[in-house]
Structures are given as structure tokens and as C-alpha cells.
Design a protein. Structure first.
Lengths: 273, 503
């Protein structure tokens, strides 16, 4: 017998349009048990209808929330746990998750802002070209992989907890920050191995220290100097405001800076025939 | 010590009695072979045998010959093998080359022959009778629901029939080649030709230049591991989206477009800074499984309003099982690239030794999808050295829905297969970004050359179909009974699902 989760909704997802309540340009969508396709159709059609603030209630792992959404001045609040590929290819909106997110947040994202008041999974910001991702807690493997910048598009990701291996792998542009503060893994190292492996652009700031063996051979580690902190401070101020944290406390520990040695790490690897 | 053990591969001979001393050869050569001192003086070591100078010499006084240096006989150590060792001893580098695998592996297409009608059923004359080449790429329904139309006939029931298929007027597409690896004028030529032919060109992993927007309904946009130029706008412009997992010339490895090729225009479509290496990682780091692939396929569908999404893979040993997974992951087509497929740059060891022939991959994948009852879920596009309309017909008879041509299309634009794309100095103005070279291709002329080639092949396909006594390419698709093999062993016949000639 299927278990009843809510009136009319049985275990597993149902492929029907969710319940939508509209109040001016604010829309509330009950996501309980709704399949991602119908949920995202509802979000897109509400935005097309001029909705500016979308509140998603009872989100439970639905994928692709905000994926491919191109809109300015649109705010999406997610209550619950966002599923994989949250805000993939997104161009513009602000998405705030009151809970945790899974893998692939900000995948190939163009612009916008993602605020996660919890932890997030693996492969965050893959190929991200612009916008901001602020995670309050811990993050998984391959976070910030292949982030890249182009002209006025500069992606920024700040993670408040700890990170696993391959942090900033292949990074080609933008800024990746790790604070190590809001963590549930007190005993674990701040970050795993292979930090910045294959990195050829952009910058990583870490609050605390890493051992040289943890880093990819393509990066150099220095203490963040005054100019670096001047670059970092406004971003951390914005992050703290979004996450309800104390900037002074964040700045109370020194930061280190990881930069690649070369924009062309493999330039001399080949012998043309 | 000698500067290099490697002697010139070619000799440039000029008949100075005929030479006009006009300097055209000096100007035409992209490799800087010629110096001019009262007459052109060639430096043999720089010659790539691309024949640009030969073609443009008004006096026809240049010939390129092989430098026939005698080596002590040794079948095991070919001159090319010796040269490779010397080059690596000099440089310590990974040998980098381009175009397709040139080694003398068995060319299976050349061991397959097609059938024709004689006496017992009539052949068809395609010049005077309809002959259908139209091809649909995408998911086909498991069954077709019909309902009475009220006039004694039937019509498709509501919601039935094909959805989101690409319509091709001929079963030939242009294969993915990125802007960056080829010039913008090549991209424009391909896009214009695709529009005129009712088929599709493919951006490769280099983004879509604004000059191609007018042709976007005939463009497949590619998403590869570097995600270069991929944005919501890009996804919304393409007629279909293709996830590139692998390439026949370099299965399993990523790509590096060197920083010196990333000029202002190339940087704008890839959306990366000028002068940095464009590094495509070997895998997509959000795809480690078929489930992950499904996640990306549906992310692209979600982001594009459910356009067709295809997946391109290199033909490798386990291609049938992989293709089955791709189809089950929701792909609308599987693009198989055989090991003779071309490339703008690849390590020689990878190009020449990894992957399997496209003929085998087509047969294995088609059979596997049939056995599993999912052949209609997705189309199969085959590529990797399709050299003629005969190869097209044989590929389709083996089980492909359509083929894609890369090397052949570049040859239509002047490519002489000198295997030097990676140098960025293509004298024909194809695989270069140097403005003095890229302007050698006028897109209008290029589009005409490409249109001519595909028209000619399409006419030949119609002739082949007529000889086979069928009036639609659909009737040849997967019909291996219309093929026979010559000179292949029993095991190979079994793999291909083809009988030997005489049976």
C-alpha cells in the first residue's frame, strides 16, 4: 500500500501541476510530492506571468530548480532540500535555500545569486561563468571545478564550512573562498587533497592554512596581503549579511591565497609533428 | 652535434625555366617554405605537402615529391617510427598531430558490397520516380495510435506520432568542428550549406558566433566538458543540443586549444579570456555514470524547452553497452565516432591506437538496441571517415540513421589532408585564425562547394537505392541483408551481421 504523505499525495512523485497560490507578484508553490518537471514548469510559467517572488514550500530533492531560468529581479525561496543541478545555466535570479542543497549547484551558471543556509554536495559551480554562490556549511568533492571568468562576468563562490578533495580543480577564473567555520566535521582537515589541481586562472582564498602536499602542482600559496584582503572584504561582508554571520569574526583569522603559476600549464607538453 | 636527425619529408622542386618569378608561392605558403631572392628558394624542411603553392602557381612549375631517402630495410622500424623516436628524443614531448588515423588498418567499408535487383524484382529509375532521402533524427514512439477520421479513413490520434525530431532532407550532417579549431569563414560556409541542404552543422565545443545566428535552425549546439560558450542563450538557439563525451580521433582524453589560438573573436564565443589555454577536461565532472548522464540530458531539456538532446561518443570496445545506457538515459540520438575520425589536434599515440572502426560500432550498437527492443527510442548517427556516398549507403545498411562528415567537408573547402591543423598555419585558411589566411575562404564559395558535394552524394544515394529496388532510404536502414562481405573472416562477418558474397 502506498504511504500517504499529504492529502492526495502518495509516496513517490506525482506528475501533476503543483498547488500554486498567487498574491500580487508573490507566488507560493507547494512542492510536496510533485515531480521536478511539473514543479519547474510551474516556476517558469509563473515567471513568464510576471511573478517576482516565488516561494517553494516542502521541497524534497526536486532537481533543476532555477535551471536555465533567465530573468532579472526574480527571487526564488526554497524551503526544504534542493535537488541536484540547482540553478544550472541560470542567468539572473536570486535563489535562497532554507535547508541544504545536493550536487551541481550553479553548474555552468551565467549570472544570479544562490544563498544556501545549509550544506551542499559535490561539483558545485562546475564551469560557472558568473554570479555568486554562498554556502553556509560544508561542501563535498570537486567544488568550484573549472570556474571561469569572461570580461565583466566573474563568478564568486564562498563556502562557510569545510571542503573535500579537488577544491578548485581546473579553475580558469573567478574567486573561490573557503572559511572552515560552520562545519559538522570538527575532526577533519579544512580541505582535502589536490586543491587547485590543473588550475590556470582565478584565485582561491582559504581562511587558515593548507599543507603543500594538499595542493596541485600548478598552484602557488602565499599569505593574503592587504590588497588581497581589500578585494576579499566586500565579498565577505556581503556573504556575512546573507548568512547572518559576524564579519569581524570571519576576518579574525588570516587568509591564504592560491594562484596558478601559469595560464598555460600544459603549453610545453607537446611536440608538434 | 646535428641540429636534428629528422630530414625533410618532401622535396619542393621548381622548374626555374618556367617560373614567372611572381612570388605567388611565397605569398600563398602558410608554413613559410619560400624565400624570395630574385627567384623563390624553398626550404624543404618546412613543406607539409598541402599543395597550396602548386595549386596557385600560374606557371605550374612547382612539384612536391617525397624525399626518397634510402633507409636500411626494416619493416619493423618504418621511417615514420624512426622519425617519431628522434622527435621525442629531441623534445621530450607528447607527439601532437591532426586529422584522422592514417595507419593501414583494414578498411571494412572497402570489404563490403551492396546488392542490386536483377530480373526477379525491378530496379527503380530515380531520375523519373520519387526517391525519398528524408530522415528524422530523434525518439520514435513504440506504437502509433490512430483513430477514425470520420470519412472512412484514419488519422493519428491526439498526442501520437513523432515529437521533437530533427528533419533532414538527406541523411548527411556536418560533424562537430569548433570555431577556434576551424575559422569563422569555415563555420559560416558549413552553416549556409546546412541551411540550403536542409541538414545540420554542429558548433563543436567552441560556442556559437553571432554571425551564425541567422542559420541557428540548422545548427546543433554542443556541450562538452569545458562548457565553453554554453549559456541559456546558446542552448535556446540550437535546433538540438549534443553532449560530447568523446571523439573518434581521441577517445578518453580532453582537449587543449592552445592560448595562442584564443584571439579576441574566439575568446568571445568561448567566453574565456584571450591567451589562456582552453582546457576541456577528459571527463565531464558532472557525469560519472549513466544516471549522471541522464541528469545532464534532462538538465539540458529543462533549460531548452525539451529540445532533442544527443550524445556523441567515440567508438570503443564496449560501445554497444554504452550506447544502450545512453539511449536508456533519454538521449534522442547517439552519435558514434569511429577511430578514423578527424581532429584539429590530438596526441599521435591516441589517434592511431585507440578506438574501433565505425563499421563495427554501427553494427554492434544497432544489433544491441534491436535485441533490447529500444532501437526506436533514439537515432544513430555514424561518423569517422565517411569518404563517399558508398560509405554512406553501407553505414546506413549496417544500421545508422544518418552519417556525419568532417574531413570530407573540409576537403570540399580545399583541405589536402596534410595533417597539420594543430600548427594553426593552414595555407588553405581552414584550420587557422590568422586573418591573412582565413580570408582565403569566401563563405559564399565555401557553401557552394559543400552544397555541391552533398547534392552529388545524395544523387548517388538515390541511384544506389534505385538499383536496390527501394524508393526510400528508410528501406535500406539496418538492412544488412543488402550487404555482402569480401575478404573478411567468419568472426568479422558475425560481428557485422553480414553474409559473405556468394551466400
Amino acid at each position: 500500500m502506498p504511504r500517504e504523505m499529504a492529502p492526495g499525495v502518495t509516496e513517490g512523485y506525482i506528475k501533476v501541476a503543483p498547488k500554486v497560490t498567487r498574491d500580487g507578484d508573490k507566488v507560493t508553490i507547494d512542492s510536496a510530492g510533485v515531480y521536478y518537471k511539473q514543479l519547474n514548469e510551474a516556476i517558469r510559467s509563473q515567471i513568464a506571468d510576471g511573478a517576482k517572488h516565488i516561494v517553494l514550500e516542502n521541497v524534497n530533492g526536486q532537481r533543476y530548480i532555477g535551471t536555465g531560468v533567465k530573468a532579472k529581479d526574480v527571487k526564488i525561496n526554497v524551503h526544504g532540500t534542493a535537488g541536484n543541478d540547482l540553478t544550472m545555466f541560470m542567468d539572473g535570479p536570486t535563489v535562497e535555500v532554507f535547508g541544504a542543497a545536493q550536487d551541481g549547484v550553479g553548474n555552468t551558471m551565467n549570472a544570479g545569486k544562490v544563498i544556501i543556509h545549509g550544506d551542499a554536495g559535490d561539483v558545485l559551480g562546475y564551469g560557472m561563468r558568473g554570479g555568486k554562490v554562498y554556502v553556509k556549511g560544508d561542501v563535498g568533492y570537486r567544488v568550484g571545478i573549472h570556474m571561469k571568468a569572461y570580461e565583466n562576468l566573474v563568478p564568486i563562490m564562498v563556502c562557510g564550512g569545510k571542503a573535500r578533495d579537488f577544491f578548485g580543480e581546473y579553475m580558469a577564473g573567478g574567486m573561490l573562498v573557503l572559511l572552515g567555520m560552520n562545519t559538522q566535521f570538527a575532526e577533519q582537515p579544512l580541505v582535502g587533497s589536490f586543491v587547485g589541481a590543473g588550475m590556470h586562472g582565478g584565485v582561491i582564498y582559504i581562511r587558515g592554512t593548507v599543507e603543500s602536499w594538499q595542493c596541485g602542482k600548478e598552484v602557488g600559496v602565499t599569505e593574503a596581503d592587504e590588497a588581497d584582503m581589500a578585494e576579499l572584504k566586500p565579498i565577505l561582508a556581503d556573504y556575512c549579511e546573507c548568512q547572518g554571520m559576524d564579519l569581524a569574526e570571519v576576518l579574525s583569522e588570516p587568509f591564504i591565497k592560491l594562484k596558478p603559476f601559469s595560464h598555460r600549464p600544459y603549453g610545453k607538453m607537446y611536440a608538434p609533428m | 652535434m646535428p641540429t636534428s636527425f629528422i630530414q625533410p619529408e618532401f622535396k619542393v622542386k621548381i622548374d626555374y625555366d618556367k617560373c614567372h618569378k611572381c612570388g605567388r608561392c611565397v605569398q600563398q605558403c602558410g608554413w613559410g617554405v619560400y624565400n624570395f631572392n630574385e627567384r623563390p628558394i624553398p626550404d624543404d624542411s618546412k613543406c607539409r605537402a598541402c599543395h597550396r603553392c602548386v595549386t596557385y602557381c600560374p606557371a605550374h612549375c612547382i612539384s612536391i615529391e617525397k624525399n626518397q631517402l634510402a633507409y636500411r630495410d626494416n619493416d619493423n622500424w618504418s621511417p615514420a617510427a624512426r622519425k617519431a623516436v628522434w622527435r621525442q628524443a629531441e623534445t621530450g614531448g607528447v607527439l601532437l598531430t591532426s586529422m584522422g588515423n592514417p595507419l593501414p588498418y583494414t578498411r571494412i567499408f572497402d570489404h563490403l558490397v551492396l546488392d542490386a535487383c536483377q530480373v526477379t524484382n525491378p530496379s527503380i529509375d530515380p531520375l523519373r520516380e520519387p526517391m525519398e532521402l528524408r530522415t528524422f533524427i530523434g525518439h520514435k514512439p513504440d506504437s502509433v495510435g490512430v483513430e477514425p477520421d470520420g470519412n472512412g479513413g484514419f488519422r493519428l490520434a491526439e498526442g501520437e506520432g513523432m515529437k521533437n525530431n530533427l528533419m533532414l532532407d538527406t541523411p548527411i550532417l556536418f560533424s562537430p568542428m569548433s570555431y577556434g579549431s576551424v575559422s569563422l569563414n569555415v563555420h559560416k560556409s558549413l552553416a549556409m550549406a546546412a541551411q540550403r541542404l536542409g541538414t545540420f552543422m554542429n558548433t563543436g565545443e567552441g560556442g556559437l558566433h553571432a554571425d551564425l545566428f541567422p542559420y541557428q535552425d540548422n545548427v546543433i549546439v554542443q556541450v562538452a566538458s569545458g562548457r565553453f560558450g554554453v549559456s541559456p542563450d546558446y542552448l535556446s538557439r540550437g535546433a538540438a543540443i549534443e553532449i560530447k563525451i568523446g571523439q573518434g580521433a581521441k577517445p578518453g582524453i580532453g582537449g587543449h586549444l592552445p592560448g595562442e589560438k584564443i584571439n579576441k573573436e574566439v575568446s568571445s564565443t568561448r567566453m574565456i579570456p584571450q591567451g589562456t589555454d582552453a582546457i576541456s577536461p577528459a571527463p565531464h565532472h558532472d557525469i560519472y555514470s549513466i544516471e549522471d548522464l541522464r541528469q545532464l540530458i534532462y538538465a539540458l531539456k529543462e533549460a531548452s524547452g525539451y529540445k532533442p538532446v544527443g550524445v556523441k561518443i567515440a567508438a570503443v570496445h564496449n560501445v554497444a553497452a554504452i550506447a544502450s545506457g545512453i539511449v536508456r538515459a533519454g538521449a534522442d540520438y547517439v552519435y558514434l565516432d569511429g577511430f578514423k575520425g578527424g581532429t584539429g589536434a590530438a596526441p599521435q599515440v591516441i589517434r592511431d591506437h585507440i578506438g574501433i572502426p565505425i563499421e563495427i560500432a554501427i553494427a554492434a550498437v544497432d544489433q544491441r538496441l534491436r535485441d533490447e527492443g529500444i532501437r526506436n527510442w533514439a537515432s544513430v548517427i555514424a561518423a569517422g571517415s565517411i569518404r563517399s556516398s558508398a560509405d554512406v549507403a553501407k553505414a546506413i545498411a549496417l544500421g545508422a540513421d544518418a552519417v556525419a562528415i568532417g574531413s570530407a567537408s573540409l576537403m570540399a573547402l580545399g583541405c589536402h589532408l596534410c595533417q597539420s591543423c594543430h600548427t594553426g598555419s593552414c595555407s588553405w585558411g581552414i584550420t587557422t585564425q590568422k586573418p591573412e589566411l582565413t580570408r582565403r575562404i569566401d563563405p559564399e564559395w565555401g557553401a557552394e562547394q559543400l552544397t555541391n558535394l552533398v547534392h552529388a552524394w545524395s544523387h548517388e544515394l538515390q541511384e544506389i537505392l534505385g538499383a536496390l529496388g527501394v524508393n526510400a532510404i528508410e528501406s535500406l536502414r539496418g538492412s544488412r541483408e543488402r550487404l555482402r562481405s569480401i575478404g573478411l573472416d567468419e568472426q568479422m562477418n558475425k560481428v557485422l551481421g553480414v553474409k559473405p558474397a556468394g551466400m
